[in-house]
Design a protein around this ligand. Structure first.
Ligand SMILES: Nc1nc2c(ncn2[C@@H]2O[C@H](COP(=O)(O)OP(=O)(O)OP(=O)(O)O)[C@@H](O)[C@H]2O)c(=O)[nH]1
Ligand SMILES: [Mg+2]
Length: 512
């Protein structure tokens, strides 16, 4: 399920993140493609419309286009809205099982949707994960072998099943199940009901009578995800008649287009609580909107990176630094702050691990250069051994001062020299950029991520330019800015794939 949608969206995202600057037109075109992809995945039209208008509201306009790595920003917006479409942030809701036991769960749904199977799966889950004492009971008096089917599945799951008494009505069985559970100290009773081929009056009347007796805390509609929009329509109509509390989508392991899963919450307003993922008795997953969104987009790496940047980067400090840099000022204290920022974001390895553009070869290059988290710590120590005056005016650093600094940082003098040289190269490049028309291809000059361009997200950024930096040379790419030494830095203009969401991140972390 979702394979086709994931492929389509991947294509759109590759285009978005693979290039640098985005124009309104680029974003527009991408949004149109996303819309078509969702419709092709059989997502309900009104849900698509609503989704797209929410994405558009955030993705179009200066805020994103001027941000660092606008492509990544758009991916993040689509991701967050997909989470909302699927059920919102926060922990999966689970089942409401509080209250005086026995608590009843009523399973409803059309014929063959997976009610009986899900009843056994749920019983197993509640027994093993929540340590509940669970009784299952079949109220299916219509299909001859239905009760035996549940009894067999319950046995497989190792849960208790109400003994079969021939000739009882569904309502009578419900009564018996509740009193047996009360007497025998069960926590939860799951009532499996008979399915119909379509929603009819008789079924609804029976369900209402059963509900009156069992007073279910949860009434779950079981719907077959493979039936697409039919499943959504069924859910909507059921909900009009029965006070449902949640949904279970079965056959998520099949190769449907996934539209039902994506529209269900939007159309019914009901939470999806579980997904059936196999025929086996343990094939039930708790529904998690974030996880599913991540799976559909296949871009968890970008999303967490943008989130991390938003959470960790000190916006004010970044903007202050950007202003200084625009004037061609970038002193050693600024450099130190950049190093600290890098550390705060989990260090080099963690950042590289999250970058889609960092392939194995690029990683190996960084590793071989010896520029690692230890090197960052050493460089930081060197700068920390300097006085504020020395940090502001590196020119005053003569031999005796360097010796003192090296001693203070526990390094040799050549290492201090290396750092000073690296800093001078960076400052020179920034000055040059500041004097020209600004950095090439960088709209809104003030918003560049100072010194942390990142190794060309999704591009070949690191391979060439950063490799030079790693060797302590200025980057060979024309007009590039050297960023954090070895981290690739602004070896390419940030708009050509900078570190996503660093200082230019619009509005910080998106919360809703
Ligand atoms: N692959 C797969 N098969 C499932 C899943 N859930 C149920 N099935 C299969 O779907 C078929 C019907 O499931 P049942 O649990 O009998 O459905 P039901 O709603 O109880 O059917 P009726 O009682 O006749 O209305 C069975 O063959 C199940 O093994 C699932 O999540 N994945
Ligand atoms: Mg059944």
């Amino acid at each position: 399920m979702f394979d086709a949608l994931t492929d389509r969206l991947s294509g759109v995202f590759d285009q978005l993140t693979g290039r640098g600057a985005l124009s309104e037109k680029d974003v527009d075109a991408a949004l149109r493609e996303i819309r078509v992809a969702l419709l092709e995945a059989d997502v309900a039209l009104p849900a698509v419309k609503d989704f797209m208008s929410r994405v558009r509201e955030q993705a179009v306009g200066e805020r994103v286009i001027r941000a660092v790595a606008p492509g990544q920003q758009v991916v993040k917006i689509v991701h967050d809205e997909l989470v909302v479409l699927l059920g919102g942030e926060g922990e999966p809701e689970g089942l409401a099982l509080a209250g005086e036991p026995p608590v009843a769960i009523l399973m409803a749904g059309l014929q063959g949707s997976g009610k009986t199977t899900t009843t056994a799966k749920l019983a197993l889950r509640l027994t093993s994960r929540e340590k509940k004492k669970v009784l299952v009971a079949s109220l299916d008096t219509r299909r001859p072998a239905a009760m035996e089917q549940l009894a067999q599945m319950a046995q497989k799951a190792g849960v208790a099943c109400l003994p079969i008494v021939k000739g009882q009505s569904a309502v009578e069985i419900a009564k018996r199940a509740m009193s047996a559970a009360r007497l025998q100290g069960f926590d939860v009773v799951i009532l499996d009901t008979a399915g119909r081929t379509s929603i009819d009056e008789e079924m609804m009347a029976e369900a209402a009578r059963i509900a009156e007796i069992a007073r279910p805390r949860e009434t779950l509609l079981v719907a077959d995800a493979l039936t697409g929009q039919d499943a959504v329509e069924t859910a909507r109509r059921f909900h009009e008649r029965l006070p449902l509390t949640g949904l279970v989508l079965t056959r998520m392991d099949g190769d449907g287009r996934g539209g039902a899963a994506l529209s269900m919450r939007w159309v019914t307003g009901l939470p999806i609580k579980f997904l059936g993922v196999s025929e086996k008795v343990d094939g039930l997953d708790a529904f998690d909107a974030r996880r599913l969104a991540g799976r559909i987009l296949g871009r968890g790496d970008i999303v967490s990176l943008v989130e991390k940047a938003a959470a960790e980067v000190d916006q004010d400090q970044a903007e202050r630094l950007a202003r200084k840099m625009a004037k061609g000022k970038f002193d050693l204290e600024d450099f130190r702050q950049q190093l600290a920022q890098l550390k705060k974001m989990g260090g080099l390895a963690s950042i590289m691990g999250m970058m889609p553009g960092m392939n194995k070869a690029a990683r190996a290059q960084v590793a071989a250069s010896g520029f690692d988290d230890k090197a960052i710590a050493r460089q930081e120590a060197i700068i920390l051994s300097m006085t504020p005056e020395e940090r502001a005016k590196p020119d005053i650093l003569k031999a005796s001062r360097k010796r003192r600094i090296a001693m203070g940082a526990g390094v040799e003098v050549p290492e201090v020299n290396k750092l000073i040289k690296m800093h001078r190269q960076m400052a020179d490049m920034m000055k040059k950029a500041g004097q020209g028309k600004g950095l090439p291809g960088m709209p809104g000059g003030g918003r560049m991520p100072p010194g942390m361009g990142g190794p060309g997200m999704g591009g070949a950024g690191l391979d060439a330019a950063a490799a030079d930096l790693l060797k302590g040379r200025a980057p060979s790419g024309a007009g590039g800015l050297p960023g954090l030494p070895g981290a690739g830095g602004l070896s390419r203009p940030p708009s050509s794939g900078g570190f996503p969401g660093l200082p230019g991140l619009p509005g910080g972390k998106t919360k809703r």
